[in-house]
Write a protein that binds this ligand. Structure first.
Ligand SMILES: [Zn+2]
Length: 649
């Protein structure tokens, strides 16, 4: 049994040590390549473990920089990035390694197990998707395309940022900010020559605040118009991006960018994804229309695009007034964490035993994770907000379950980081229900990594899991945070010890599903557009036509002509979601499907829950999720379960 690594990071000598390690690694690669007989165990395994050890060295720095950020961590981190990037780029373009992988794949075809075969095929695929194996001329063109593409995406983001920052709406009449939460009014307030005014911008919190609570519809319209017509110059950038992506895909042997993008994902092809999205659309539309009718009835005038957020908020308040402050005493942080452990014990037989060790912060804790009596992993929880911590919540894997070169077992470890209210000796940390959901979500990612029994680290835990399936285990676990049986394990008032009532839980669920079909249609519009626009080369007006055609199906309120939302769709034109935006819904369907099998069987008697542990969690990325899902459910995913989860009938 190998020990867990002691978390440490020596900032003073980090760069020096990193450089030494990289020099050694580079030499190791050369030696491995010179070796006469190259087999899986003499070539692939040592290479894999070399990279795993580098992760062990590097992860503490990126972790510290995110949770205990300081000038020092920033400096070392910034200095390390180009060094590590140069190293990884060289390695990922080392065509000699690619050739050896191909040889081993053929030579050991009959003797390798499926985990090892997948390591090879994923690595080979990775090389081929980058074009590293192609002729010099083609490679040169691919490089040019990449450079130009990153310029363009950078310009796209910059234009959007400039447009966002250039706009402001100044309110002088106090009446126009009536109804906004006082914190938002405070944020907007400024004084010129003794006169108080209020500034609203297109920055997210400010924009959303006025669109949701602002009573003056003229102001809402102005803000909306400014928002959806930002960065018109991005239309030309989109044209060029589409052209380049298409050329790149063809050079790499694909029909178009969608085919290229899906080649490494769980979804098989464009038709499969489109069918999936159209199916959700067909089944959500009637309810979405009903929701809109109800919303329309609540409003004194014909609803327009810039009205929906405002009237939705009023209706929501009238129907399900969730007073957050009323809920928080039921979600005291320690109760929630212990309760989640109890839940995981009842569901999967997991046990969490606190480890006494000094970590990077006094509010960070580690636990050894057992399944039955067997020690399986270690988890680090760092849940409270502080100034030196990056915002948001995330899971980060540290060690990965595998067998090392000597055949010894290495156990997995991972961090969960959140930004919950901080506690003190006198004040407990009381969570919102959303925070509870977040914690379950990240725990879902963590156990996907920690409970792996795979022996090859590159396809163990969250490694090697397809991009569109990664959120399946997190969303699966998150769904339980709305279940009465689960909530009642831990949601007790921290002062009176009274358990949360069914009515309170019911309100949480109904509030989550409020206008969910309308929300679904919006997400489907984005997803279908993303897929359609990436299957070829289109001009500015063709892009607009594609969007307009989709909107005939997805948009229940006439979208104004000036709405050029695509020019601000950074997720797909400047981020990593190109021909992949559907993944949100895709993973939700997988998780809802398995979740309801567990619910319908009785949560703590469920056979599916056990199978989920044995098949999905244990297998990590060692098989395609397509295959694992079939093994688990004996059928394809059922989209109606997502509708059920969203209360869509
Ligand atoms: Zn997630």
């Amino acid at each position: 049994m190998s020990e867990f690594i002691k978390f440490k990071c020596d900032l003073d000598n980090f760069i020096q040590e990193l450089q030494t390690k990289l020099v050694t690694n580079t030499k190791t690669v050369e030696e491995l390549l010179q070796n006469k007989s190259k087999t899986y165990s003499s070539f692939v395994k040592p290479l894999q473990m070399m990279e795993e050890k580098l992760e062990h060295f590097f992860t503490p720095l990126s972790h510290l920089n995110a949770v205990n950020n300081s000038k020092e961590t920033q400096e070392v981190y910034t200095q390390s990035l180009p060094i590590i990037t140069e190293y990884s780029t060289k390695l990922s373009q080392n065509i000699e390694i690619y050739k050896v992988y191909k040889e081993i794949q053929i030579n050991e075809e009959s003797s390798l197990n499926y985990e090892q075969k997948r390591v090879l095929s994923l690595n080979i695929e990775h090389f081929e998707l980058s074009g590293a194996h192609l002729d010099r001329d083609v490679k040169k063109r691919l490089e040019e395309i990449n450079i130009r593409k990153s310029e363009l995406t950078n310009n796209f983001s910059q234009n959007l940022l400039n447009a966002t920052n250039d706009y402001e709406y100044i309110i002088t009449d106090k009446k126009d900010v009536d109804g906004l939460p006082s914190s938002e009014v405070e944020n907007a307030k400024f004084t010129v020559d003794g006169i108080t005014k209020y500034k609203f911008t297109l920055q997210m919190p400010s924009y959303i605040a006025y669109m949701t609570y602002g009573k003056n519809e003229k102001i809402r319209e102005s803000l909306y118009k400014a928002y959806v017509s930002r960065a018109p110059e991005n239309a030309k950038i989109i044209e060029e991006i589409l052209t380049l992506k298409n050329e790149m895909s063809e050079l790499l042997g694909f029909k178009n960018y969608v085919e290229y993008s899906l080649s490494s994902k769980m979804a098989k092809n464009e038709d499969e994804v489109l069918d999936f999205l159209q199916n959700l659309l067909k089944n959500s539309k009637i309810q979405a229309q009903k929701e809109l009718n109800e919303l329309q009835k609540s409003a004194p005038k014909d609803l327009r695009s810039f009205d929906t957020a405002f009237y939705s908020e009023l209706l929501k308040k009238a129907q399900y007034d969730i007073e957050e402050e009323q809920y928080r005493p039921y979600f005291e942080q320690k109760n929630v964490v212990t309760g989640m452990f109890t839940f995981l014990n009842k569901l999967f037989g997991m046990k969490f035993v606190k480890v006494e060790e000094v970590l990077w912060h006094e509010k960070a804790f580690s636990y050894d994770v057992y399944v039955g009596d067997t020690l399986r992993a270690r988890i680090y929880l760092d849940l409270e907000a502080r100034e030196s911590k990056r915002g948001g919540a995330w899971m980060h894997n540290y060690q990965t379950h595998c067998l090392n070169e000597k055949g010894e077992e290495q156990l997995a470890s991972a961090f969960i980081v959140c930004n919950f209210p901080s506690s003190s000796d006198t004040n407990p940390s009381l969570l919102r229900h959303d925070d509870v959901v977040t914690l379950f979500h990240e725990m879902g990612h963590a156990i996907h990594h920690l409970l792996s029994t795979v022996n090859e680290n590159e396809v163990s835990g969250v490694n090697g899991v397809e991009w569109d399936a990664v959120e399946f285990p997190s969303q699966f676990l998150e769904n339980f945070a709305y279940e009465p049986q689960v909530l009642k394990i831990f949601a007790s008032h921290y002062k009176t010890n009274e358990t949360i009532s069914d009515e309170m839980i019911d309100k949480l669920v109904r509030s989550k599903n409020f206008l969910s079909a309308m929300g679904m249609l919006r997400q489907l519009e984005f997803s279908i557009f993303d897929l359609r626009v990436h299957n070829g080369v289109y001009t500015e007006s063709e892009v607009q036509n594609i969007l307009n055609t989709i909107r005939e199906e997805t948009s229940l309120i006439q979208t104004p002509q000036y709405n050029k939302f695509q020019n601000g769709f950074a997720h797909i034109f400047a981020g990593g979601y190109a021909a992949g935006y559907y993944s949100y819904k895709w993973a939700e369907v997988l998780s809802a499907d398995v979740f309801y099998s567990v619910i319908d069987e009785g949560i703590f008697e469920s056979k599916t829950a056990q199978d989920y542990l044995n098949i999905i969690l244990n297998s990590g990325g060692s098989k395609s999720m397509q295959e694992l899902f079939k093994e688990l459910m004996n059928r394809n995913p059922d989209t109606t379960k997502l509708l059920r989860l969203n209360g869509i009938k």
